[in-house]
Ligand binder design. Structure first.
Ligand code: ADP
Ligand code: MG
Length: 496
């Protein structure tokens, strides 16, 4: 039997704020934990990526937090990365009403964070490093914090934040409520639970390896020389795509090279400034680029709706990394394709990884038709009031770079919500492409011709580097490269 947020004791004002976003039925982890957390219990939760943990802890926080004095927040959410902190605060604000949400993380100026703390923050979302830094400067005190959430506790442990997390918890009120969410509850996380939670209710939802059955997984044999072109083809068949590389340098290089193939990209990794990372994510989530090229920094916690594919350009470090990277697609019940590029020397390792994860997929030659067939069919409609939910309509002829319309503009009916529109579009494109392919015609030749060369400049750094198409190191493709590039520019379509 399905329940509602109201049944779980969620106040009406929050229920209706959520309903305005189309969120009416609690996900499993929410149904399991919200009532306990609202009753003041400590909660220790494990659930896969994309299962809705943010609302699971966010609703009880917003519902129960008291009003704070300046510089003395009443609730604290600790998160491992700036992106996640930003994302949590953004999501909380959508239903916070009068509750003041603040966010602090490193890599950006202190000014706005100090100002917000001075004027009063009820719920503070923070990364441990900057928070300790601000406390040391006397910018705030945690002594009145009586609700604490540790989000992605395992990740904070992996990143070496445990000592800081403990020091911070030690500064909060003794009688505090402590809620912890993590993808795993063993090791450091178990110790944290033992030392800082009192009689927690434990809720575990789903498999320990998240989401992996929700996505389709394909493994493609490629040579080192072919990887880049295969990646470009894959993106063109199933985008928005997130492409994972091992190194910062490799990500930057691949982003540039894909740019030369007509794929618009943004890169995100630890070597980029906060402003660059924020912009890259925004460009990606708003559909201004086809692909986000990332190192593992971006693998967890970042939620962008409707990611069609995850591409392991470099193999993940281990099976855990595979799961977390892959968890960027097929979130929240939506579909997705995960593509691993396998070079000859990597077959054995990836076989072993498959066994560790419990999947058994053949290693095939690259085949983008398969991607189109597996292309996700996202199911969730967003509320039409989405900020960027401008109606696309039949916009086949007008390019609107800053609007919320569809990324690729085909002659088809628009819908009012942009995300639904994008999902529909993906599905419809896939269907169209499949039928064209069956008929032997060319896929996606409609509506997008030549628009990649419009020089809008968002990704101009990807194309201004003076490299010629063959320069990327592989030398693969030879005389075909030009044709391939032209073909991609015709067929990939143009992001907004
Ligand atoms: P997690 O932290 O578990 O990885 P998130 O909290 O980021 O997952 O949630 C994933 C997505 O699901 C988000 O876009 C969120 O808005 C959406 N979502 C969460 N709960 C619900 C719900 N009850 N109904 C519909 N969408 C939801
Ligand atoms: Mg989360």
């Amino acid at each position: 039997m399905s329940t509602t947020f109201a049944h779980l004791g969620v106040p009406e004002r929050i229920c209706s704020a959520l309903a305005r976003q189309g969120i009416t039925e609690p996900f499993e982890i929410q149904a399991a934990t919200i009532a306990d957390a609202m009753a003041g219990r400590d909660v220790c939760g494990r659930a896969p990526t994309g299962s809705g943990k943010t609302l699971a802890f966010g609703i009880p926080l917003v519902a129960g937090v008291n009003r704070a004095e300046p510089r003395r927040p009443r609730a604290l959410v600790l998160a491992p990365t700036r992106e996640l902190a930003e994302q949590i605060s953004t999501e909380l604000r959508t239903f916070a009403g009068p509750v003041r949400i603040g966010v602090v993380y490193g890599g950006v100026g202190y000014g706005p964070q100090l100002k917000a703390l001075r004027s009063g923050v009820d719920i503070l979302v923070a990364c441990p490093g900057r928070l300790e830094d601000l406390i040391e400067q006397g910018a705030l005190s945690l002594s009145e914090v009586d609700m604490v959430v540790l989000d992605e506790a395992d990740r904070m442990a992996d990143m070496g934040f445990m000592p800081a997390v403990r020091r911070l918890l030690d500064q909060t009120a003794d009688h505090r409520q402590t809620v912890l969410f993590s993808a795993t509850l063993d090791g450091d996380v178990a110790r944290l639970t033992r030392d800082y939670q009192s009689d927690p209710v434990r809720h575990e939802v789903g498999e320990e390896t998240p989401d992996i059955t929700a996505a389709h997984h394909v493994f493609w044999n490629v040579s080192q020389a072919d990887r880049r072109d295969v990646t470009a083809d894959a993106v063109s068949a199933a985008w928005p795509a997130i492409i994972f590389c091992r190194t910062r340098h490799g990500s930057d290089r691949l982003a540039r090279q894909l740019g030369q193939s007509g794929i618009q990209t943004a890169a995100i990794h630890g070597g980029r400034s906060q402003a660059q990372r924020t912009r890259a994510l925004a460009d990606f989530s708003k559909g201004r680029v086809h692909a986000l090229v990332a190192t593992d920094v971006a693998a967890r916690g970042i939620h962008v709706d409707g990611v069609a594919s995850v591409i392991h350009f470099d193999p993940p470090e281990d099976h855990k990394a595979y799961v977390h990277r892959s968890g960027r697609t097929a979130r929240a019940g939506l579909g997705g394709v995960v593509i691993s590029l396998v070079q000859p020397g990597q077959v054995k390792d990836l076989r072993r990884m498959q066994r560790q994860i419990g999947i058994d997929e053949p290693f095939n030659d690259p085949d983008t038709a398969v991607l189109r067939r597996l292309s996700p069919v996202p199911a969730r409609a967003l509320a039409p009031t989405e900020p960027d939910g401008e109606t696309g309509g039949r916009s086949g002829t007008t390019r609107r770079p800053h609007s919320g319309g569809p990324r690729r503009q085909h002659n088809r009916n628009g819908r009012s919500a942009s995300a639904q529109q994008r999902s529909d579009q993906q599905r419809s494109d896939g269907q169209k492409d499949r039928s064209r392919n069956r008929k032997g015609g060319r896929a996606r030749s409609d509506g997008a011709n030549g628009r990649n060369s419009d020089g809008r400049g968002r990704n101009s750094d990807n194309r201004r580097d003076g490299r010629k198409p063959g320069d990327g190191g592989s030398g693969h493709g030879g005389p075909n490269r030009k044709a391939r590039r032209a073909h991609l520019q015709r067929t990939v379509g143009q992001p907004r």
